[in-house]
Design a protein around this ligand. Structure first.
Ligand code: NAD
Ligand code: UFG
Length: 336
């Protein structure tokens, strides 16, 4: 099965490509490298023994996408390409809507032209906004998003749903990720954020490796067991496997398929700090600071639907998440 993977050089896409190759699928990567490195291709080859096909280009370039679809007999698309920094999206809303929303529309149009009607889209738990109840099920209300990034994900979900309503022979799978973390257990591949990390785990990892002095813990007065924010951290290898399972289970069946991909457990900031300290054998220095504007207290997934329909469940623990992140960061202190 040949699968066009947009954004396949990025953090989640690269791990998914490795698992796809291991599962006998053939990824064809399209990426403009705006947030990833050419080196990733070599690492995929080191891990799998196979160098995937890679085309450098932008998904908003319809002629470019058309030429890729013309070259291969593509069966389905996994669509990771997009911009993902919440703070940056507030500063640059037009860039985010252009890349994430227009990019997806151009992709869908190119798919239709090529007769490819199966897409798996990287959505986010951010579409649920501040949930009224946890764990969050797939039928919880969506749309009360708080920033342009979140709105772009919600808009794409709405566009793809409308497409399905108009053309019900499509298979459209919306995967709502919770907090992807961790790295390939080999330490050869992992998350390599540019600049100061926005997210908790890469920040902790850079403190542990000595690139930053200390972690700022954003708020310890939330109504949670230790007062710090609680999230559903899912190992990127579990997430990668989730894509393959979803593609095989529903990717060939017409329908609008919506699944949470989370571990189904909540962990606090201080629990993650502790897990990391155990993994690296040193305390992780931190200071308690004010809340970060826009953050919610807690958020974790109900994983029942994915378990029931797909037979998929995350298996990797927070201990493994911390160990694999440390293995990657200590072997690649400056990233790729
Ligand atoms: P990433 O930035 O590491 O990967 C995205 C890749 O897409 C990069 O390689 C980038 O160069 C490429 N890209 C961006 N715009 C492009 C364009 N116009 N044309 C071609 N390539 C383009 O991000 P990631 O963490 O791997 O996330 C992948 C997807 O999952 C994104 O859509 C993101 O919004 C979504 N998501 C991520 C998280 C998370 O916390 N990492 C959570 C929920 C959803
Ligand atoms: N945190 C800190 N210090 C930091 C970074 C984060 O204390 O330096 C805390 C946050 O306050 C939060 C938790 O760690 O309580 C997790 O924060 P992240 O930034 O790692 O993740 P978020 O849950 O805020 O956001 C993530 C993705 C978003 C996505 C959202 C909902 O980064 O893209 O999940 O799915 F929108």
């Amino acid at each position: 099965m040949k699968v066009l993977v947009t954004g396949g050089m990025g953090y989640i896409g690269s791990h998914t490509c490795v698992q796809m190759i291991e599962a006998g699928l053939e990824p064809i990567i399209v990426d403009n490298l705006c947030n990833s490195q050419q080196e990733v291709l070599k690492r995929i080859e080191v891990l799998t023994g196979k160098k995937p096909i890679f085309h450098l280009g932008d998904i908003r370039d319809e002629a470019f996408l058309g030429s890729v679809f013309n070259q291969y007999d593509i069966d389905a698309v996994i669509h990771f390409a997009g911009l993902k920094a919440v703070g940056e999206s507030v500063e640059k809303p037009l860039e985010y809507y252009d890349n994430n929303v227009i990019g997806t529309l151009v992709l869908a149009r190119s798919m239709r032209k090529a007769g490819v009607k199966s897409i798996v889209f990287s959505s986010s738990a951010t579409v649920y906004g501040d949930p009224e109840v946890v764990p969050i099920t797939e039928d919880s209300p969506t749309g009360a998003t708080t920033n342009p990034y979140g709105r772009s994900k919600y808009m794409v979900e709405e566009c793809l749903s409308d497409l399905f309503n108009a053309e019900p022979d499509w298979s459209i799978t919306l995967l709502r990720y919770f907090n992807p973390v961790g790295a390939h257990p080999s330490g050869i591949m992992g998350e390599d954020p540019q600049g100061i990390p926005n997210n908790l785990m890469p920040f902790i990892a850079q403190v542990a490796v000595g690139r930053r002095d200390k972690l700022s813990v954003f708020g310890n007065d939330y109504p949670t067991p230790d007062g710090t924010g609680v999230r559903d951290y899912i190992h990127v290898m579990d997430l990668a496997d989730g894509h393959i399972v979803a593609l095989k289970a529903v990717g060939e069946t017409a329908g609008l398929h919506i699944y949470n991909l989370g571990a189904g457990r909540g962990s606090s900031v201080l629990e993650m700090v502790d897990a990391f300290a155990n993994a690296c054998g040193n305390p992780v220095p931190y200071e308690l600071c004010a809340r970060r504007p826009g953050d919610i207290a807690e958020c974790w997934a109900s994983t029942e639907k994915a378990e029931r329909d797909l037979g998929w469940k995350a298996t990797r623990s927070v201990t493994e998440i911390a160990a694999d992140t440390w293995n990657w960061q200590s072997k690649n202190p400056q990233g790729y």
